[in-house]
Design a protein around this ligand. Structure first.
Ligand code: SAH
Length: 248
């Protein structure tokens, strides 16, 4: 007796597309994604490729009309419903290229809903390439099975972030000078949340005072060791997912 092949096939490549997906929707792929499917993954006619558009869950699509530089994929079946994204925002100061790329990748894998870059005085980087960060989010989502990308917000200055902070969302503030233990802070504030992480040089004293004075800010400690900004961002997100997010 032959074994029933797994559905969707475990080896099926996964790709994010902009086209809104649904039963019978036909998606034309060219450029780098086509190169990846045709030349790297060696997709053949009738092979399955898994697609997601960030809104419509995940779809199994059958490959057809494969040419040298483009191909067509036809959605045949929804393989995952749209995911429920935990309501967690990661607000972090821009840091050097490879390190902010790491934050984007890990934020996506860990299930963050929104990545909010925040410009602070001691940041050594004052511009961010949002297209590059978006590409890292897409790549991470393709790899980890997410069906929704984290929202990538434009960078805002710290004072504007604090001024326009929405009601009803605690702003956990990773303060290396000390704060409440995470478990206690999270237990007292279930529901929507955000975490603010400083840059390589930390917050300056005036910024720290302004954040601490904000009615929704909750200074928390990530322990006695000084973590690099990217470690703090990843650790804080994992801790929130464990206690108040979808790792429960
Ligand atoms: N002020 C620093 C290092 C900043 S670490 C210095 O002495 O150079 C970068 C950011 O990570 C900090 O702004 C803070 O938000 C977070 N962070 C690092 N270690 C932390 C800890 N033990 N507790 C809370 N936040 C921490």
């Amino acid at each position: 007796m032959t074994a029933t092949p797994a559905w969707p096939p475990q080896s099926a490549p996964r790709l994010h597309v902009e086209t809104q997906l649904g039963e019978g929707v036909v998606v034309s792929i060219d450029g780098n994604p086509a190169h990846y499917l045709i030349a790297v993954m060696r997709v053949k006619p009738d092979d399955i490729v898994l697609l997601f558009d960030g809104r419509s869950g995940e779809w199994a699509a059958r490959a057809r009309d494969i040419r040298k530089r483009d191909l067509v994929l036809e959605c045949v079946e929804q393989t995952k419903p749209p995911e429920t994204v935990p309501d967690f925002w990661l607000c972090c100061a821009p840091i050097k290229k490879g390190r902010i790329d790491l934050i984007a990748e890990k934020a996506c894998e860990l299930g963050v809903a929104k990545l909010q870059p925040v410009l602070t005085r001691r940041a050594v980087v004052d511009k961010l390439n949002l297209d590059r960060l978006h590409a890292h989010l897409v790549e991470a989502a393709e790899q980890c099975g997410r069906t929704a990308l984290p929202e990538l917000a434009a960078m805002v200055k710290l004072d504007a972030l604090l001024r326009d902070w929405p009601q009803g969302r605690p702003l956990f503030f990773a303060d290396e000078t000390g704060g409440a233990p995470l478990t206690e802070a999270f237990a007292n504030h279930p529901g929507p949340a955000a975490f603010l992480i400083g840059p390589e040089g930390g917050f300056d004293p005036a910024e720290r005072a302004a954040i601490r004075a904000h009615p929704q800010a909750l200074p928390v400690s990530l322990g006695s060791r000084i973590l690099r900004a990217e470690t703090a961002a990843i650790a804080a997100t994992a801790a929130w997912m464990t206690i108040n997010g979808d790792w429960k």
